[in-house]
Design a binder for this molecule. Structure first.
Ligand code: DC
Length: 438
């Protein structure tokens, strides 16, 4: 994982839950930028207090928020109007007043712009109260960390005790309670659990355990720790292809054309018509580079052996009911890792041998790649003969010639220029036109 991938992770939760420690550690591990959104509210609060202005006056505070220049630098260094205030914004005085400032709509409008701007050119782990719900609703991963008030107070107490011997546990607990109430009951962007966020109760967990849960969740979707596309070469895949190639060439007379259209390196989305179960292996044995495949999830449930095999052959499951966001993320990661991904845009095998309309989801994947800065060549591929050799419902493979032809990269720039969901359909249609024309 790296910044180039623009992975966006949102971590929300109440005060004192340990978001900062967890977010920093995750950012370090995944080499992403860490952004503590609370620091921006603190910077504004600090400035209002410094100017001795009335923190209870929304107009005054919003006017200050609009005027000041806040810079968010590496290592969470905060600069307000040219002054480094990283330490000052953590003062007790700022902490006491920040919830009031954060409840003003005008302030939140300013902060939303600042925070979104910080994600413009790199992947981030952003922590706060409304990151998954308001600031970055399209985040790739959302987590909501929680813990009992007693546990949070205890954690804060331990942390503050290192700096100040006079801190008192009960006072910290009361303050946390008060901030919880203010943060959750305010009208605008209150602290709520986004339904799309994974909930983690950290009360009885160590930092290591929380980290492990988060990393596991991310890995289970991107599969970065497993038999994966990040491995440049999968020996098992090579052996299987070597054996299958023999059968496809000798028995089915596999004829491949247009291989030079596939670049030697970089992300390639291969879009192919679908006639038979013989199609994916036919493409795999034809390519000189290893590919990854997307297949319907029910295939993984046929039997444990098939499931085991598919996983080791770079095949990833697609849930065909509704929108499978996990598969979109996986395809992004495959392409961004500079690998080839084969997709059958029609979704199912054609029973007639004719091309069928493509599902619009493929248009969404290609748009997502563009929006995430993932560079990808979309290459059409037309397969013929597999429907005769092994039609839908057949038990045995017949000796029929199979032909496979790769076309030139498809230009979709005009459709990708406008960020319009209606273009998903148009993109899907254009792919089928090109497949038909190969
Ligand atoms: O996480 P923190 O204690 O530094 O946050 C300071 C305050 O800012 C806190 O009272 C709630 C508010 N805040 C918010 O309203 N929305 C965010 N995304 C982050 C913080």
């Amino acid at each position: 994982m790296n910044n180039k991938k623009k992975l966006i992770i949102a971590i929300d939760g109440p005060a004192g839950v340990g978001k900062s420690t967890v977010s920093k550690a995750i950012a370090r591990r995944l080499r992403l930028k860490h952004i503590d959104s609370g620091a921006i509210y603190r910077a504004i609060t600090y400035q209002v207090l410094k100017k001795n202005e009335d923190i209870g006056s929304e107009d005054v505070v919003v006017a200050i928020a609009r005027q000041i220049k806040i810079e968010y630098k590496a290592q969470n260094k905060i600069i307000v109007n040219g002054d480094v205030v990283t330490e000052q914004i953590r003062s007790h005085e700022v902490t006491r007043h920040v919830s009031t400032v954060a409840a003003y709509k005008g302030v939140r409008d300013v902060v939303v712009k600042i925070l979104r701007g910080l994600t413009a050119d790199c992947g981030v782990v952003m922590e706060g109260r409304d990151i998954g719900s308001v600031i970055l609703p399209d985040a790739d991963f959302k987590f909501y960390l929680d813990a009992t008030i007693a546990e949070r107070a205890q954690r804060r107490y331990k942390e503050l005790k290192k700096k100040d011997k006079n801190v008192e546990l009960y006072k910290i607990q009361l303050e946390i309670k008060h901030r919880d109430k203010k943060d959750s009951s305010r009208e605008i962007a209150p602290l709520i659990r986004d339904p799309g966020a994974a909930y983690i109760d950290t009360s009885a967990l160590t930092l290591k355990e929380v980290m492990s849960l988060i990393i596991k969740k991310i890995n289970s979707i991107l599969r970065i720790d497993n038999i994966s596309f990040f491995r440049s070469s999968n020996l098992f895949y090579s052996i299987v292809c070597f054996v299958l190639r023999f059968g496809y060439v000798k028995y089915l007379g596999l004829n491949v054309q247009g291989l030079s259209n596939i670049p030697a390196t970089g992300g390639v989305l291969l879009v192919c018509n679908h006639l038979s179960h013989l199609d994916p292996p036919a493409v795999a044995v034809s390519l000189s580079r290893q590919a990854s495949f997307i297949a319907r999830s029910s295939l993984f449930e046929v039997n444990p052996l098939l499931c085991w095999l598919l996983k080791r052959l770079n095949v990833y499951p697609l849930n065909r009911e509704g929108i499978d966001r996990d598969v979109f993320k996986r395809v992004m990661a495959i392409l961004d890792a500079g690998r080839i991904c084969l997709i059958f845009p029609e979704g199912t095998r054609s029973k007639t041998g004719q091309l069928q309309p493509a599902k619009p989801g493929i248009g969404m994947i290609i748009s997502m790649a563009k929006n995430n800065g993932v560079r990808v060549n979309v290459i059409p591929c037309k397969i013929t003969g597999t429907d005769k050799a092994f039609p839908v419902g057949a038990k045995w493979i017949k000796k029929e010639q199979i032909r496979l032809k790769f076309g030139k990269p498809i230009d979709l720039s005009d459709l990708l220029e406008q960020q319009d969901k209606r273009n998903y359909r148009a993109i899907a249609d254009r792919l089928m036109e090109h497949i038909g024309g190969v």
